[in-house]
Design a binder for this molecule. Structure first.
Ligand code: ABT
Ligand code: MG
Length: 148
């Protein structure tokens, strides 16, 4: 079954949006299979954003991600990678559609509340970077019968 990696960034936690954000993915019908509240090490932040290493915003991005705790999650479901990206909205919250997380709650590209893997391959890399195998729980909610 398809999985994606999502992380509520420091701004999402600081603004008290953890419950609201998790609620959206739960009520959509995706299944939570991994969850941890953590402070991110500089090493993990740099690895996670390695593709942006040469970009001018990289140092500030790393400082932001390590500044305060995040909620790291793995969610499962058919089409979850692309669907979660849609639910999150455009990178710049000012361009994100109302109804998306960034569109509803954000105004600043450097404070865009939540991360979501951008492709299935990236999701696999990011899940392996953030979670140990034994931290992921394979299960099927009974109510899923009504979603299939
Ligand atoms: P992430 O889910 O954080 O990866 O965001 P998204 O995939 O939507 O966008 P990308 B391009 O991956 O941005 C990564 C982080 O860099 C920040 N950023 C990006 C800037 O601060 N300035 C910029 O000009 C760009 C392009 C936004 C993302 N994180 N935060 N916070
Ligand atoms: Mg990205």
């Amino acid at each position: 079954m398809e999985r994606t990696f999502l992380a509520i960034k420091p701004d999402g936690v600081q603004r008290g949006l953890v419950g609201e954000i998790i609620r959206r993915f739960e009520t959509k019908g995706f299944t939570l299979v991994g969850l941890k509240f953590m402070k991110v090490s500089r090493e993990l932040a740099e690895q996670h954003y390695a593709v942006h290493r040469e970009r001018p915003f990289f140092p500030g991005l790393v400082e932001f991600i390590i500044s305060s705790p995040v909620v790291a999650m793995v969610w499962e479901g058919e089409g979850v990678v692309a669907s979660a990206r849609k639910m999150i909205g455009a990178t710049n919250p000012l361009n994100a559609e109302p109804g998306t997380i960034r569109g509803d709650f954000g105004v600043n590209v450097g404070r865009n509340l939540i991360h979501g893997s951008d492709a299935q391959e990236t999701a696999q890399t990011e899940i392996a970077l953030w979670f140990k195998d034994e931290e992921l729980v394979a299960w099927q909610p009974h109510s899923k019968l009504w979603l299939n």
